[in-house]
Write a protein that binds this ligand. Structure first.
Ligand code: DON
Length: 307
């Protein structure tokens, strides 16, 4: 039954692709075929259901903000991370620096670029990129995650906006370590090559409170997972987070590479790949597939009954 519903969700998603575009502000992402579409579910029982392009690698982009936040909470602690980064939805675009300069001296949350660059600056002096790569592989249950060098270089040579954000953060004393090295770590994390299946694996680890669904090993502290999921719910889909919470009701995080990571508490992780994006930078087919799945499988966190 789940497999059938996934196939139907794919049909729903496919209809939307025509209305979206790939993210061309990072030129290498603009070269991706916008018709790719895949969805994968990893259940608490260790079952995996897949439809479409679930083994195609694409860059994780902003979904890495979830992994970096979890790492920073584990390594640097809650007080350090949230001393200068907030927990409120910004209501602005992910790469906006308007409020950071005008109305608040701190990034609104760790899911927008300014907050994530600050988080990277706390990690940078204490964790190497190699260690972050290993950590990502472990959390996504995918030993084959690699750095996509092409996308990394493409973003680094088109990073005026993120560089402006990073130096603004430094001017306000939010970044205390080397700005360029912090930006380098942030962009490298965004350039990790994952699949829809890796995102489903990560989703299941988070859904299970930080426990590996098969071995039972604790991969993340339970409090860290609670904080991360809450911030995904309120801020994970950027300025589309409120509407998404109403219609889908599943803590999720999107990336401009076309990925969406979704966490159905205790039950399943969902990973999506659909690089045609809506105006807000979220996968347009992904949003429609999640809406469909949420309704059919009664996955909304406030649904009256769930499967
Ligand atoms: O920093 C950037 O602009 C990208 N590396 C990531 C942005 C992103 O994925 C926003 N997501 N929807």
């Amino acid at each position: 039954m789940v497999q059938e519903i996934l196939e139907q969700a794919m049909e729903e998603g496919r209809k939307e692709i025509v209305h979206g575009e790939t993210a061309s502000y990072i030129p290498e992402l603009g070269n991706v075929d916008k018709n790719h579409l895949g969805i994968c579910i990893y259940t608490a029982g260790g079952e995996v259901f897949s439809a479409g392009d679930t083994d195609v690698r694409f860059t994780i982009q902003s979904i890495s903000k979830v992994i970096s936040l979890a790492a920073a909470l584990e390594v640097c602690g809650f007080d350090k991370v949230f001393a200068k980064v907030g927990m409120e939805p910004s209501g602005d675009a992910f790469n906006s620096l308007v409020k950071l300069d005008l109305t608040s001296n701190y990034p609104y949350n760790p899911m927008i670029n300014s907050g994530a660059i600050a988080v990277a600056s706390y990690l940078m002096p204490v964790v190497s990129f190699e260690e972050m790569l290993q950590f990502s592989r472990k959390l996504c249950l995918d030993a084959e995650i690699i750095l996509d060098e092409k996308v990394f270089q493409s973003e680094m040579t088109h990073s005026a906006r993120n560089r402006a954000i990073a130096y603004l953060l430094e001017s306000k004393g939010i970044i205390e370590s080397d700005v360029e090295k912090s930006l380098d770590l942030y962009v490298k994390m965004c350039s990790l090559g994952v699949t829809a299946k890796s995102l489903a694996g990560l989703g299941m680890v988070l859904a299970g409170g930080g426990i590996h669904p098969v071995t039972g090993e604790r991969l993340l502290d339970a409090d860290v997972v609670r904080v991360v999921k809450t911030i995904m719910l309120t801020c994970g889909m950027y300025d589309g987070s409120g509407e998404f919470a109403v219609h889908v009701g599943i803590p999720s995080k999107s990336g401009v590479g076309g990925g969406i990571l979704s966490v159905v508490e205790k039950k399943m992780g969902i990973g999506i790949y659909g690089p045609a994006l809506d105006q807000k930078g979220n996968s347009i087919a992904g949003g429609s597939m999640l809406r469909y799945l949420s309704e059919k499988l009664r996955l909304h966190m406030f649904a009256e009954e769930s499967i």
